[in-house]
Design a protein around this ligand. Sequence first.
Ligand code: F6R
Length: 341
Amino acid sequence: MTVEKMAEYLWGLPEQFTSIIEQGIKLTPKYRRQYSNIVVTGLGGSAIGGDIIRTYALQKAQVPVIVNRDYDMPAFINSDSLVLAVSYSGNTEETLSAYQQANDKGSSVIAVTSGGKLADIADKDGWDVVKIPGGLAPRAATGYLFTPLALILEELGIIQGAVHDLQETAQVLKKLRQEIQPDIDWPQNQARVIAREIKNSLPVIWGSSARTETAAMRWKAQINENSKAPAYCNNFPELNHNEIVGFGMPKDLLSQMVIIILRDPQDHPQVQKRIEITRDVIRSQVKNIIEVQSRGESFLAKFYSLAYVGDYASFYLALEYGINPSPVEVIDFLKRELAKD
Ligand code: F6R
């Protein structure tokens, strides 16, 4: 995939939500029943949709939603579990292994994939397969990967308002992309400003538990994969109980750090207070502290508006480093090596 293609996919994210909404999700009636838990199983770009739905469901659902990023499924899954097996390629070995365990334990399974082995096996086992468009890098297909999860839970009556929230998200992102797209130059373009600021530095992204934590995780992963650079993330209030103490030494490393704080007006008031105090505590130790504000009304619009700035910032950081954001050769190498007998 070329640099231009990645730019196209970034631009096209809002349309990913609307195209899946228009297509709709048609589940076979056997899925309409009570579940005691929901497990989304996947890795990397396919798992992050699981974290978005997990945190979204925290606000809306009576059933716990957890994310599994492993070969093994948690011991508690049984015939009362709904398992959403998500793999963009359909060939990720951990997801195929977890899928098998869910099937063996009698859980209800739905596969979300563009094809691959997962589509074939789930289809043969008699489970619904939600097919999404292929040919993208999984991380560039976040709208295609997340929207089915939200629509499935809405269709099953586990959450309400997902379509409305996704439509709002698409509107918010369409407006935001006008401000951060490649034609808008530094310093008007917030994503370009951040990319320049974190170039040759160590970005550390802080979110808040249950609200912006997944956006922080997405920023980190996008900087890793698009910009081929290190980045780390953590959340308030937890980081106030450990990480905050680690700003003493080594001074030269700390002076290379740029802290990016993702802000949401719906953060707990005490979390907002913690952010203010923490900024003052670390200000003189680090290179810079940047804040990014969420936009929109719904949880999803807020999440994606924060994540979208990070998507573009990681793209511009790759360009600053003279790197093609698209290939992830080390991931491909690892998958090939692990597939060998
Ligand atoms: C993101 C990326 C990886 C994959 C992960 C799992 O662009 O390349 O994080 O998402 O290796 O692969 P899939 O999504 O195909 O199951």
